[in-house]
Design a protein around this ligand. Structure first.
Ligand code: NAI
Length: 783
């Protein structure tokens, strides 16, 4: 059956544009600025100009930040209920004007009206409803937290209003004020949203909207008045932002690109999987960060599945996005079309087969047909790069282990789909895939209650759910952190001596790698002196090679991650018990190194901290969400993998334990650089570990220069996160900067120290959150 055209009217949207004279200034402090230097906003479906928008200057950004700063205390003081009422009004107004928003979005972006009407708008409103709820509950549920302050938010063009909601709703709920920048291609719904803010009673300065290109984004990123940045967009710009904010103390969340696998097992309902694939890769013309752009289909059903898929592709309708019967609309801009064409051509050049249904493309605007590429190697550009268009690359696999390996063969880790009728297989594969979201027998499902965000180079931080709220909150205990004590110069000044040299005394503590004591690769050691200046012992001078060996050992200890949390808790208790048995010895060592009178207290606190994290090991459970679908979404707290840790100099045993214990309690393996000045209570732990059933490679210890070893950790491609807490502001900034290349998670203390005795500062969910990342597994059910 053929459908006739069913165009949606643009009358209301055009009238709104006319009402503004098709010219917009910026929205600052609840008022419009006069338009400045402008750029055109174009309808990508017919290349017609919709309006002229203002390119904000850095002075405009200053004004917006100042307005947000001035408004923040009042917004916070409004209280949870006060904010909830305003946010509820925003949700209601979004619903009330949803048709206008949907049409405007379609005009501006080129996505079909079916999607803006049925997906973007309902989800945007849902975000404000859901977060109105968190505002209401904030005092109860986040009592130990405060708003971060002024938040800078930068979004891309693929889901303009929905991304705005993902950003603004949690920020406002938590009591922050916002400077928001939409993408230059698609700013109109953000500007309409500004009007809704006034109607909803959002106080002046709470939401500020500045338009313009990447330079406006840069001005926001660099602005000293911004306390937190939330960015969604390309991995390339995400990296730049990580570098630009290194050492600034700004909180950061990045939601970046993806190359998500869509896995079809032979027992899947193939027709349902084809429909799922349509939703996964042809939704929004494939301009979706979590698009299922890599089809991995089991060899036994490959031909059958691809035949069904081609037949379905032939039926996809492409044309005017305002036509309610269209499946595929226009690409956002000719520049995207060129990029996609280039990548598809590269596949043709490499001899791949490119299938595109015979469909007529409109002559004006930017269009690209649905495309299926077969015969690509796993390393081909089309198999690795984020194409961000309606292009699917298909490959086959034979066994579940092979598909896990193929699925993870990417630098990204945003999402994955698993199609099988075998629940046991699905739930076995899902945790093995390195991705923040896994959809089982479904695709591209989103809900405000279920966190969304990436693993690896897909970024860090989550949007939605409880975890998303923490991105906009600061623990009160952070405010009470003391300045980091200065490292005693004595310990640092001693030059390294070759190990075993006739001038050295043979009391050299070795490294601890893979559960064995190992000599430093460079055969150098450094002298460690006590508080009174006397020589105590030497420790190995760790090098790049020692770190490499330690990382390798940590990777080999993957069994620790698979061990039960009960088992991990037992090992931590056992370490505590063995440490207690040698408590006096450890206390004497600490006293000799640091001169403290509190050495016994430090040992006791370390034992208690081990008990504390042993207790958490089997209690840091995830959540089961019930989003609006027939099924559940299971949010799992997964370990990060291998964490590099640089320990503080103060409280050398307690600091070490306070960082290592939470990491390993949750199943991570660690490469630890103990206190540079006082490393001996860490090297004394080797025997404690050996007698506590801690598997080799779970904790690896490399002594030496904190700066040098931190640099190696931050640049190592096989380390997932780096923590640095030795009070070196410069060193912490460097870790953040260097981590940008592979977008590692970082947790750094900067120039501030921590009261390691305080559970509020060295314990709690905030620390556990640093040691884990949330994976949401969507499991719809029913027949
Ligand atoms: P982009 O990352 O350049 O732009 C996203 C946002 O960041 C826009 O608002 C832009 O104005 C802003 N921006 C650009 N440079 C900036 C800078 N130096 N500092 C701060 N903000 C800056 O993405 P673009 O150029 O629009 O798209 C290029 C490619 O990026 C796409 O083909 C796609 O592969 C990927 N992409 C991924 C998205 C995702 O959701 N993961 C969204 C958009 C693009």
């Amino acid at each position: 059956m053929e459908y006739g055209p069913a165009p949606e009217s643009t009358k209301e949207a055009q009238a709104w544009l006319e009402q503004h004279g098709r010219q917009f200034g910026l929205f600052i402090d609840n008022a419009w600025t006069a338009p400045g230097e402008t750029f055109a906003s174009i309808n990508p479906a017919d290349a017609a100009k919709l309006a002229d928008l203002t390119q904000a200057t850095s002075a405009d950004v200053d004004r917006a930040v100042a307005a947000a700063r001035a408004a923040q205390p009042g917004w916070q003081a409004l209280g949870g209920h006060g904010r909830a009422k305003v946010m509820y009004a925003l949700a209601r107004l979004l619903q009330k004007h949803s048709r206008l928003f949907a049409v405007l979005e379609t005009l501006d972006n080129g996505k079909t009206i079916r999607e803006t009407r049925d997906v973007d708008l309902p989800l945007a409103a849902r975000h404000f409803y859901y977060h109105a709820g968190w505002a209401q509950l904030q005092a109860e549920e986040f009592a130990d937290y405060r708003a971060v302050g002024v938040v800078g938010q930068i979004v891309p063009w693929n889901f303009p209003l929905l991304m705005l909601s993902w950003k603004i709703a949690p920020a406002l709920a938590a009591g922050n004020t916002v400077v928001f920048k939409p993408a230059e291609f698609t700013s109109l719904t953000a500007l309409l949203f500004a009007e809704i803010c006034v109607q909803a009673g959002v106080p002046a300065g709470v939401v500020n909207i500045v338009t313009g290109d990447g330079s406006v984004g840069e001005a926001i990123v660099k602005h000293e008045g911004i306390d937190k940045l939330a960015f969604t967009g390309s991995t390339e710009v995400g990296r730049l932002i990580r570098q630009a904010t290194a050492g600034s103390g700004k909180k950061l969340s990045l939601e970046l690109g993806g190359k998500s696998p869509f896995i079809v097992f032979e027992d899947a309902d193939l027709d349902a999987a084809v429909e799922g694939l349509v939703d996964s890769i042809w939704f929004n013309q494939g301009q979706v960060c979590c698009a299922g752009s890599r089809l991995l289909v089991q060899e036994s059903v490959q031909d059958k599945f691809l035949a069904k898929l081609r037949a379905r592709m032939d039926k996809l309708t492409l044309g005017s996005p305002l036509d309610k019967s269209m499946d595929i609309g226009a690409l956002v801009d000719p520049v995207q079309k060129q990029r996609i064409e280039g990548l598809v051509q590269s596949a043709r050049d490499e001899g791949c087969t490119v299938y595109q249904p015979a469909c007529e493309l409109p002559t004006d605007g930017s269009w690209f047909p649905p495309t299926l590429i077969t015969g690509a190697s796993t390393s081909a550009a089309v198999a690795q790069a984020e194409i961000f268009g309606p292009v699917l690359v298909a490959m086959s696999f034979r066994t579940p282990p092979e598909v896990v390996q193929l699925a993870n063969n990417t630098v990204y880790g945003l999402a994955a789909c698993v199609w099988t009728e075998n629940i046991s297989l699905a739930l076995d594969v899902a945790p093995q895939i390195k991705a923040g979201v896994v959809w089982i027998n479904t695709a591209n499902q989103f809900d405000a209650a279920c966190g969304f965000g990436g693993y690896r180079e897909s970024g860090f931080g989550r949007e939605g759910g409880r975890e998303g709220m923490y991105e906009y909150l600061t623990a009160l205990s952070e405010d009470a952190r003391p300045a980091a004590p200065v490292v005693e110069a004595k310990a640092k000044a001693k030059a390294a001596v070759p190990a075993g040299s006739p001038f050295g005394i043979d009391r050299t503590a070795k490294m601890y790698i893979g559960g064995k004591q190992a000599r430093p690769d460079g055969a150098y050691s450094r002298a460690i002196h006590g508080a009174d200046g006397s020589f105590i012992a030497e420790v190995g001078e760790g090098s790049r090679k020692d770190i490499r060996n330690a990382v390798e050992a940590a990777h080999k200890a993957g069994g620790w991650t698979k061990a039960t949390s009960h088992n991990r808790a037992q090992v931590l208790y056992y370490i505590a018990e063995n440490l207690a048995a040698r408590g006096e010895e450890f206390a004497a060592r600490i006293a000799a190194m640091t001169g403290t009178k509190n050495a016994e207290k430090e040992v006791q606190a370390s034992i208690e901290r081990l008990f504390y994290y042993a207790a958490w090991a089997d209690k840091y459970d995830g959540l089961a969400h019930q989003p609006p679908m027939h099924g559940i979404t299971v949010a799992l707290n997964e370990p990060l993998g291998v964490i590099g840790i640089v320990c503080p100099n103060e409280s050398p045993l307690l600091g070490f334990i306070s960082l290592v214990a939470p990491a390993i309690a949750l199943g991570n393996r660690v490469v630890v650089v103990p206190s540079e000045a006082h490393p001996l209570s860490a090297t004394d732990l080797y025997q404690v570990f050996d007698t506590s059933d801690l598997p080799g490679g779970v904790v690896n210890i490399v002594t030496g220069s904190a700066d040098e070893l931190a640099r190696t950790l931050a640049t190592h491609s096989d380390i997932d996160a780096v923590w640095r807490h030795d009070g070196s502001a410069e060193g912490c900034a460097e870790v953040e900067r260097l981590s940008a290349a592979s977008l590692k998670r970082t947790w750094v203390g900067g120039a501030k120290g921590r009261d390691w005795y305080s559970t509020a500062q060295a314990g709690g969910r905030a620390v556990l959150a640093h040691a884990s990342q949330v994976k949401n597994i969507w499991i719809p059910y029913g027949v």
